[in-house]
Each structure stands twice: as C-alpha cells, then as structure tokens.
Write a new protein. Structure first.
Length: 109
C-alpha cells in the first residue's frame, strides 16, 4: 500500500482521496431523516420553493431553510432565484439510488 496526498494505491486499485472525501461529505449531508424527505420530495416535484417544502413536510420554515442550506452547501441541491423566491432542485439523481438501497436494506430486517 502506497499513500500520497491525493491517492491511495492498494493491490492495483487506485483510490482518489478527494473523491472519497466529497462522497463522504455528501453522505453526511443526507444522513438525516428530514433531508432524505426533502430529497425524495424534490425527486417527485423537480423544483420547489422553501415555502412549498416546509408546507408539504409540515415543518417550520427555519428548519427547512437550515436543511436546505446544508444540502446546497454540500453539493446535493442547486438553487435558482425566481423573483422573490428561491427554488431548489436536485443536482444529481445518483443519491436517490443510495437512499433506495438504504430503504431496501432497512426493509430486510
């Protein structure tokens, strides 16, 4: 095993540390039930405002804004201002596959 600042090479397998750190950061961001609910909601609706999100999930506006900010800062969501409102959408659908896998694993118990 050889370790350098950006890569680990083990038995002819090259692992990019920067990609692993990015993936871990995104996984930590979605590791909350409310954030998973937001992601699933945005998968169904494509884009929603903060108001639409907190009303549909039945949570406080401040709580929705907090979770949306975390997801946006970690690269899970993108946002676009439209007039006075900001609309959020999923940046990539690949995290939905991870959530689906987690749901399958927890259903097996």
């Amino acid at each position: 095993m050889y370790i350098c600042t950006k890569q680990i090479i083990m038995a002819n397998i090259e692992i990019d540390i920067i990609k692993l750190e990015s993936a871990a950061s995104k996984l930590r961001a979605i590791a909350h039930p409310m954030r998973i609910a937001i992601i699933e909601l945005l998968n169904e609706e494509k884009k929603l405002s903060v108001t639409q999100i907190f009303e549909r999930l039945g949570i406080e506006q401040a709580s929705a804004s907090h979770h949306l900010n975390i997801l946006k800062n970690k690269g899970v969501l993108s946002s676009k201002r439209e007039g006075k409102q900001i609309h959020y959408s999923l940046k990539a659908k690949t995290l939905l596959e991870i959530i689906a896998c987690i749901n399958k694993c927890s259903a097996v118990e």
